[in-house]
Design a protein around this ligand. Structure first.
Ligand code: AMP
Length: 218
């Protein structure tokens, strides 16, 4: 099963993808996470990505597409994968079709998460990440047990560099301008499954993931 997670920043793509990964036993591939890891490790890829990612801008397509092609050709993707954060524009969606065509496979489902914009802003401002084990918390919805310390490994939590109000606005603008058309691209192919995630309807990533797993396993 090849799944794509779509949705604006802070809608919970990573949370849903993480839960799907556990239940379906396929890898969760977050392009943002791969870039952050490379930036931290100071690799060549990281050196290119940092100038864009730190500003909330998209890394050039050629760099991103190559990275995704290499990752999808790894052994653990043979039985499927969950892509989170890619494709982010039409050119990437077209390239993904080529990558998957070369692998004799295709996109099975696109899960599109929708959350009201004011809630998105609130969620992203409350997001904290463990720099060590990468677990993600939310100081409103999913707090650690003690202060701002990771439950899993005891490390002090941090805010992502691009989770400032100013950079979030740049990222949201890019989402509405460049990524929304990708959802329409997949809508036309009949692949999109829309899901609402919002505190106002008491529906969160966990419930969405559970329902998706039930449907997929049917
Ligand atoms: P994310 O964690 O998905 O918000 O991604 C963090 C940052 O990584 C983005 O703001 C971009 O700079 C970069 N990035 C992640 N995925 C992509 C992509 N598909 N295309 C270009 N840049 C990306």
């Amino acid at each position: 099963m090849n799944i794509i997670m779509m949705g604006a920043q802070g809608t919970g793509k990573g949370t849903v993808a993480g839960l799907l990964k556990e239940s379906l036993n396929i890898p969760h591939i977050s392009t943002g996470e791969i870039f952050r890891k490379n930036i931290k490790e100071g690799t060549e890829l990281g050196k290119i990505a940092t100038q864009y990612a730190d500003e909330g801008k998209l890394v050039p397509d050629e760099v991103t597409n190559n990275m995704v092609r290499n990752r999808l050709n790894e052994e653990d993707c043979k039985n499927g994968f969950i892509l989170d954060g890619y494709p982010r524009n039409i050119a990437q969606a077209q390239e993904l079709d080529k990558i998957l065509g070369d692998m004799s496979t295709k996109v099975d489902v696109v899960v599109n998460l929708n959350t009201p914009t004011d809630e998105i802003i609130e969620r992203v401002m409350a997001r904290r990440e463990c720099p060590n084990c990468k677990r993600v918390y939310n100081m409103i919805l999913n707090k650690p047990k003690v202060g701002e310390i990771c439950d899993n490994c005891g490390t002090d939590l941090i805010m992502r560099k691009d989770d400032t109000r100013e950079k979030l606005q740049i990222r949201l603008d890019t989402f509405f301008k460049e990524t929304k058309p990708v959802i329409d691209f997949y809508e036309q192919k009949g692949l999109v499954k829309n899901e609402e995630i919002s505190i106002s309807i008491n529906r969160f990533g966990k419930e969405v993931a559970e329902d998706l797993v039930k449907e997929i396993k049917k």
